[in-house]
Design a protein around this ligand. Sequence first.
Ligand code: MGD
Ligand code: MGD
Ligand code: SF4
Length: 757
Amino acid sequence: MSLVDLEISRRTFFTAGAATMAAAGLLPRAAHAATDGTPWYRQGAIETTFGVCDMCPWRCGIVVSSVNGEVRKIDGNPADPKSRGMLCARGQGGVSFMNDPDRLQAPMMRSGKRGEGSFEEVSWEQALDFIADKLLEIKERSGPEALAIFGHTSGEYWFTDHFSQAWGTPNAAKPSSSLCLSPREEAAQLTLGMGVGGHEPVDWDGLRCLTLIGSHIGEDTRNTVMQDFADMWGDGGKVIVVDPRFSSVATKADHWLPIKPGTDTALLLAWLNVLVTEELYDADYVRGWTTGFDRLAAHVADKSPAWAASITDLSEGQIIETARVMAERKPQSVIMPGRHVTWYGNDTQRLRATYLVNALLGAYGRRGGMYFNKAPYLEEYPHPPYAVAGSAGGCSAGAAETSDELPLGPSGKARADGARETFLRGATALQELIDPMITGDPYRIEGLIVYGTNLLNSVPNKPRTREALAALDLVVAIDVLPQEHVAWADVVLPESTYLERYDTLWSVSHKTPYIAMREPAVAPMYQTRPAWWMARELGLRVGLDAYFGWETIEEYLDRELRSVGSSLDEMRANDGIIIQNGKPYLEDYDGASPFHTPSEKIELFSQQLADAGFDPIPEYESTPEPPRGFYRLLYGRHPVHTFAKTQNTPALNERYPTNEVWINAQAAASEGIRDGQEVWLENQDGARSGPIAVKATERIRSDAVFMPHGFGQNAPGLTRAHGKGASDTELQTDYALDPISGGAGMRINFVKIVTEV
Ligand code: MGD
Ligand code: MGD
Ligand code: SF4
């Protein structure tokens, strides 16, 4: 089949309204045809389509090969700046993710109690009509702000951005903000006047010293970062790793600093002290591009390496030596901004301290340091004016609003997440929208649409989330799998996976800004539908026709592409990618400032923070110690899994079916615990995990334990993942709110080891 033929058939698939779907051939498709031994590539003509991987939020470009309407292979798109023709194990697992027999297959409505998981299948019309009626009821009674929308995964745009803005709710939120990135984005805005963006702008070509603080490349298997790290390391670049755990990347490091958890800001202040007192900083750069150096120098004068050594459990010599190693290689020397940075509640200040070190090394806008990234301009599909904008934030967002006034919804209500009262600024804090569902303070959130967010595996304080789910008037879950929270929905909408659908275009902030597209490789399996279709069908039912004025998704995409002088056809002919030129270095600005702070310089001293009553230069604040008999609970990524969404994927489950808890070997011995023994973990509030095997190892400090995130799942419909291993979320009953960014610090929970139940 040619691309043109394929195009015609896609048009038939995706332009059909709900009523005409069956007539248009949208019948369930068999999951995966058995083969007779003939290799897949000889079973028929190979069709290739371009897409964007959605096995994690990094979004590498892919080329998908299909035969007879079945996806058979996924490769990296060589034209894509992120994949460069390669994929990680999870990216390769996409075919298996799509063919998971446990997938949601048809729209369903609740037939039992919330949380019980009893549903009956209904038609799309019934499901969408029901949701539309309930939404209108809520709007009529309490205003559009009474609807919250949570979204993640790559179709989030259609609900957390497009639909939420059309509907008029400021309560749209993404876990990738307040449970992940928001402290680093707010710290960057305050210090540099720009966000970090989805792809950390480390200028790997020429980088000579990389410092990682709690970032574990190799377990965090972002494809491009692993490629870049391997090249840099192979070229002899120095690596400094600060981590309480001897992580995969620590095994490659020249210096491993096994820091006491929660004390990184003290280390950063001491590094600043060494750079200043030994005059190792880039003096010309500091004079030209920063403000507040004298105040910073005075501030760190007493933050000596000896002072930090007593706090961090590192040696004074280690601190001095690593500062010198960094400085010797400046400005090709950076501390990479972390990614999941919501740790202890004081996180924006820790990230600011990180950026201050980079600034003294002269790294921003320098070759081999940190480049300036830029997103291509893409004109959005014309919308009538709406009241709420830019509140959700997210992985690629530096989009958090920053003015003193919060944007108001159409009935005059601001976000219900406590912004400006319990925290200063930034994207809507997802976890802070849960209390208003229970308490009605500042007003009651009555309806919730959960799009691609693993609510009971990603958000701390599960008991509170369950209470909120029980209290809501409407819960809609849009997912591909029967995850735990899906059992709490009134209506379940099954989405097609990323290999079966179009999505919006990605305008990617990068050294070479680029636009990427996703097109379906095959028709949707079962009765699933794409997010854009669901959002539009709902929009049309609740009177938002003006915001969904296109007839076909191709028309929508084509119109956006015309704003950059291209088209859908040209995009396809161009391997699914349009690459533009950026302005990555200071020299590209002809003396103008790339820093969008009030002073147009890097603000070592932040007047904005001072004015808001916060420390204008970071101070070290201690975090509570584990009580006697308890360990601090640390968690993180496993190389073949993404968060809590791939544990059920057959091919990935086979590689790593369950997690283990890392315990220091001597600590385990003193508790009489053997390597491989099955134990339970109980936290400070009595929350208990499922059984988990012990990995007794010298590779972790004795005051903390570590477990890969995403296991210990409770959903019976996930037949491979159910009940395997232990859940870190179950043990995170508490979190510390970052008073600047609204991030939820989750590393303040403690566990003890229980050997019998
Ligand atoms: P996932 O487990 O990936 O995490 O938070 P989430 O994004 O909520 O959940 C994705 C959800 O989308 C799953 O329900 C999955 O089944 C569904 N899904 C997958 N593909 C599709 C699709 O194509 N369409 C739709 N509609 N749904 C789909 C991630 C968040 O979690 C982040 S970014 C971080 S950094 C934090 N990490 C973290 C942690 O390490 N530990 C703990 N305990 N909590 C954490 N919370 C945060
Ligand atoms: P975590 O996985 O939470 O975050 O990746 P990272 O930002 O690297 O990293 C935890 C590390 O911090 C561990 O090594 C832990 O020991 C260390 N640590 C814990 N406490 C402290 C402390 O107090 N100080 C210091 N210095 N270190 C500490 C997250 C990133 O991973 C994100 S946000 C996404 S969206 C991607 N998700 C993802 C995935 O789900 N799977 C895989 N395989 N890779 C992924 N890459 C990305
Ligand atoms: Fe897919 Fe791996 Fe790239 Fe993530 S890093 S988008 S899982 S290939």
